[in-house]
Design a protein around this ligand. Structure first.
Ligand code: ZN
Length: 154
């Protein structure tokens, strides 16, 4: 997206300038009244609901790619055979073998069950914020400063 006034490709704001709602850069926004931060996601919600829905359905968590190794390592740690371990996690032995080699991927729900049963980590959070972080470095607002402080604490 580009600033509707100067065409600069940068962080954009929604602003009312001379009575019109415009999407403009930080410097052009000074000619009017900023009504909020402009984000691509917000635009898609307005312009294309289907597209926005697809984005919001995206899972924020995902099964780690080396789940097989983790399962195998845990089984070996416990000194269990495939048969015993399969019984422990209420799974068929044949399926367990496939899980360990990575040819069958557990669902997110199943991975969570296994996490609880075995005390291992099989689910990772997907990060979706680095783009905004990079953009905000040029024009840091008070809101950004507060957000950054909170992030550093946590
Ligand atoms: Zn501009």
């Amino acid at each position: 997206m580009r600033c509707e006034m100067c065409g600069r490709e940068t962080e954009l704001y929604r602003a009312i300038i001379e009575g019109s709602q415009l999407t403009v850069c930080n410097s052009c926004a000074k000619y009017g009244k900023i009504t909020g931060r402009f984000t691509e996601a917000a635009a898609e919600t307005r312009d294309n609901r289907k597209e926005a829905k697809k984005i919001s359905d995206e899972p924020l968590e995902s099964v780690v790619s080396n789940f097989g190794e983790i399962l195998k390592k845990k089984r070996e740690e416990l000194g269990m055979t495939h048969k015993d371990f399969a019984a422990k996690i209420a799974e068929k032995e044949s399926v367990l073998r496939k899980l360990e080699t990575g040819s069958v991927k557990p669902t997110l729900e199943r991975a969570r069950q296994l996490e609880r049963m075995l005390g291992i980590r099989l689910v990772e959070e997907l990060k979706d914020e680095p783009i905004e972080n990079q953009k905000s470095s040029s024009a840091v607002t008070l809101g950004d400063v507060v957000k950054i402080k909170i992030r550093k604490k946590g």
